[in-house]
Design a protein around this ligand. Structure first.
Ligand code: DND
Length: 249
């Protein structure tokens, strides 16, 4: 029972017939239909616009750990494409890293939440972590398409290194029906996307941040600083939980 109804209902316990009528009217106004939660929460884009069709960026990654390169990429795409929101989606079991030692999903998820918490445009989804089995982007896109509805415009953000391999991804051709792809690259570096559907893939030059998760892990293992390569809270999380320490390697 909503507060409105509750309030009038309390009135209606008296013999006030007006109040009883009000309860009936309110009940009619509250149909038991399923309302998409995202239809109600209209965030403004980074540029301050509210769109007719939600424009959603999806930043998928292993995020082991998430670093400032990931965050700048998402922020730049959000600005240039006038996105309402960027959803960071940490992988569950990344298919290309199945034989590698990947930090457990909950630690990677929490670091992603910490790293994105200060930006009102950024959110984090558990779809890949909660789905059993190996993580494939086709499933990420299907799950988010279902959650946000057919009207939402989805933009999958990917680094230039990943885009070169994209046709090897599961059901690659079908992914392009579900989302537009934005391949981010650093100034002065070209990315060949000529083998991909022209109207489905863009290349966007972003400020270069020569940061990689591999290097952050190596530095943490050697006791070298990772300040300013990853957000402060992530530095602290790594230290507090002893991630990437040499004994773990
Ligand atoms: P990564 O393991 O490369 O993530 O995975 C990226 C996405 O690809 C995930 O959503 C995977 O599920 C998906 N994938 C990979 C392989 C196969 C399939 C799907 C499949 O469906 O078959 P990282 O955490 O290493 O990096 C996250 C993103 O950030 C990547 O796109 C990477 O290229 C990019 N990146 C940077 N962008 C800008 N500046 C930097 C960057 N470092 C990494 N310094």
């Amino acid at each position: 029972m909503t507060e409105d109804i509750q309030e009038v209902f309390l009135d209606a316990t008296s013999t006030d017939t007006d109040a009883v009528r009000k309860v009936a009217a309110l009940s009619v106004q509250q149909p038991h239909e399923l309302i998409q939660p995202h239809a109600l929460v209209r965030k403004k884009s980074a540029r301050g616009n509210a769109h007719q069709r939600l424009r959603i960026g999806i930043m998928g990654g292993t995020f082991d750990p998430i670093h400032n390169g990931h965050l700048v990429a998402a922020s730049e795409v959000a600005w240039v494409y006038d996105l309402d929101e960027v959803i960071f989606v940490p992988t569950g079991r990344p298919i290309f890293k199945i034989d590698k030692n990947v930090t457990n999903a909950e630690d990677r998820y929490l670091m992603t939440v910490i790293a994105t918490s200060s930006n009102p445009q950024f959110t984090v989804s558990r779809v890949d972590i909660d789905r059993p089995g190996a993580t494939y982007t086709i499933d990420t896109l299907r799950d988010l398409r279902e959650e946000y509805g057919p009207q939402a415009e989805l933009f999958f953000i990917t680094g230039a290194d990943a885009v070169a391999e994209i046709l090897k991804w599961k059901d690659a051709a079908k992914m392009f029906d579900l989302a537009h792809f934005v391949a981010v690259t650093r100034p002065g570096y070209s990315v060949d996307v000529s083998f991909l559907p022209r109207d489905k893939v863009d290349v966007l030059e972003i400020p270069a941040l020569a940061i990689s998760s591999t290097d952050v892990r190596r530095r943490a293992a050697m006791g070298e600083p990772v300040w300013y390569l990853v957000p402060d809270g992530v530095v602290q999380y790594i230290g507090k939980h002893g991630l990437y320490s040499e004994d773990q390697e």
